[in-house]
Write a protein that binds this ligand. Structure first.
Ligand code: NAD
Length: 513
């Protein structure tokens, strides 16, 4: 008798499959057309390519005790400090001018830098980086989505983020589809020149795939307005009508076609949603308390705006550490500590002197009204959701709550403003930037914020009406087309709105064969 093979372990769902759970739930609820469902289930295009860059010579610190001992007799070398660019991983990028007037003592490629310690010289070499652009759907308009530089990216992650952009642009009701891309790299391990070279080379490869009416990138984790400037230059260099191409990327500096209000837009949009959550209860954020994960673009701007509305920030966690002050944290002072302080190279809240330093997981135990995750995805897991002591989770980050986290929050009666509306401010103002570029206009911040407030609050109200099944037509919004005859949670309600708006394009335009 042959023995049976042991039953195969059930396959864990991929992060894409997990993220698509809510899509399938909402699609089932509204009886989404089968073919539309197939169009949306997988991305239109998944581009993976490689980018090579020449890395400079580096001096990397010797850390192993035996090696340090071996070179204990090596005397100090003196190099022109201007020729050594410090990197966050503790190494230095070596520029040739470092040798001007240098006094050099080297053995086996090891030098002792005066006052710094022993370093190994690693000669410059070309390096290959994996790059991505996932274009999920363009039923409603050109693909749109950020560029992420991070060491932990993958095709599956970019598929999740690209699909999220399809839902988000539909919910924000801007005429775009969804995309996302980036490079598997820790940008902090590169010098500024290397980062520039990598960015230019990435756009060189990307150029056939994107364009101002085809696919429009924007900043995301690890990229910013200066990277957008480089992408713009590489895309438009040598083009005959290059000014007409300015809308190929959004999130640019305001001096080169960026929109006023874009830098703060995601944090601002989050604050508008939170304001609307309070308004629904007949109150305002004044006097409320919140905790924050991530003190980058989204987190720091949301914190500044919310404290401006009278809310109090109690604790912040970022990649470097966690701080807590039950009396409230002065957000402007913390911004100065993190961003205007050259000694704070990691740009972290860790070590902020006017707060206690606590453990990362202690953040979730802080009693408050609002918890704002504004860092990476997957942070509010089931166990974290069990610990939270807040009334509302407002998702600044993309996908910060896992499916299990969602179920626990629902069970515990903790309310939710889901990411696809809560952080849609960025893409909404990106759309304003794109229009301004097209029209060669420049709007004031007041005009931008006025439009943003109206757009986000009315779409938020539609989602709330879908969630409570209260179809209404008011002066500011009309949810009659979208309610589905029963109550659903806010995340499902947001997806219902997205799918109904996308489905309309397929229904009214039909399919080309
Ligand atoms: P950012 O790079 O400016 O800041 C990221 C922050 O997260 C930093 O404070 C960093 O220290 C922190 N962080 C990183 N890893 C962490 C970890 N393991 N634990 C705790 N903190 C960690 O990025 P950003 O632009 O503020 O984006 C934050 C989130 O918001 C991302 O999920 C992004 O996709 C999303 N988002 C951003 C925008 C935008 O306009 N910038 C728009 C929509 C969504």
């Amino acid at each position: 008798m042959t023995s049976r093979p042991p039953p195969a372990e059930p396959k864990r769902p991929t992060i894409y499959q997990e993220a698509m759970e809510v899509f399938h739930r909402a699609a089932d609820l509204i009886g989404l057309d089968r073919r539309v469902r197939m169009e949306l289930e997988e991305p239109d295009y998944e581009h993976i390519f490689y980018v090579t860059v020449k890395l400079h010579t580096r001096l990397t610190p010797l850390t192993q005790a035996a090696e340090v001992q071996k070179y204990s007799d090596l005397t100090d070398s003196e190099l022109l400090p201007d020729g050594l660019e410090p990197l966050l991983d503790g190494s230095f990028v070596f520029k040739r001018r470092a040798l001007i007037g240098a006094r050099l003592q080297m053995r086996d490629g090891v030098v002792r830098l005066k006052g710094k310690g022993l370093y190994k010289v690693v000669p410059g070499r070309p390096e290959r980086f994996k790059a991505y652009r996932v274009q999920h759907n363009q039923a409603r308009g050109p693909y749109k989505g950020g560029i992420r530089y991070h060491q932990d990216v993958s095709l599956d992650l970019f598929k999740v983020l690209a699909a999220e952009m399809t839902w988000k642009t539909a919910i924000a009701d801007v005429p775009f589809g969804g995309a996302k891309g980036g490079i598997k790299v820790d940008p902090k391990s590169l010098s500024s020149e290397e980062l520039e070279a990598l960015t230019l080379r990435y756009m060189y490869r990307l150029k056939p795939l994107i364009g101002p009416t085809l696919d429009i990138p924007a900043p995301d984790v690890g990229t910013d307005a200066s990277i957008m400037g480089l992408l713009l230059r590489q895309f438009t260099d040598g083009e005959r009508e290059r000014h007409a191409l300015r809308g190929v990327v959004t999130g640019k500096d305001t001096r080169i076609g960026g929109s006023e209000g874009r830098v703060k837009a995601t944090g601002q949009g989050l604050a508008y949603c939170i304001q609307e959550w309070f308004a629904d209860r007949g109150t305002t954020p004044a006097g409320s308390t919140f905790v924050l994960q991530g003190f980058g673009n989204v987190g720091s701007n949301a914190a500044e705006i919310l404290t401006g509305l009278g809310a109090k920030l109690l604790a912040v966690n970022d990649a470097g550490g966690t701080i807590y002050n039950p009396g409230g944290i002065d957000v402007l002072d913390l911004i100065a500590y993190v961003y205007d302080n050259p000694a704070n190279m990691r740009k972290t809240v860790a070590g902020y002197p006017k707060a206690q330093q606590i453990g990362k997981s202690d953040l979730w135990d802080v009693e408050c009204d609002i918890c704002i995750p504004a860092a990476l995805g997957g942070e509010i897991t089931g166990p974290v959701a069990e610990r939270l002591k807040c009334k509302l989770v407002a998702e600044g980050a993309n996908g910060p709550t896992t499916a299990e986290g969602d179920r626990v929050l629902e069970k515990r009666g903790i309310e939710m403003i889901p990411d696809i509306i809560a952080n849609a401010g960025g893409v909404t103002v990106s759309y304003y930037e794109w229009i301004q570029n097209k029209r060669m206009e420049h709007w004031s911040e007041t005009e931008v914020n006025g439009r943003l407030e109206q757009a986000l609050k009315s779409n938020y109200r539609i989602i709330r009406d879908i969630s409570r099944n209260t179809p209404r037509r008011t002066a500011t919004h009309n949810s009659t087309r979208y309610c589905i005859g029963k109550e659903v949670d806010m995340r499902t309600a947001a997806m219902v709105l997205a799918l109904k708006r996308i489905e309309a394009h397929y229904q009214l335009e039909g399919f080309s064969q």
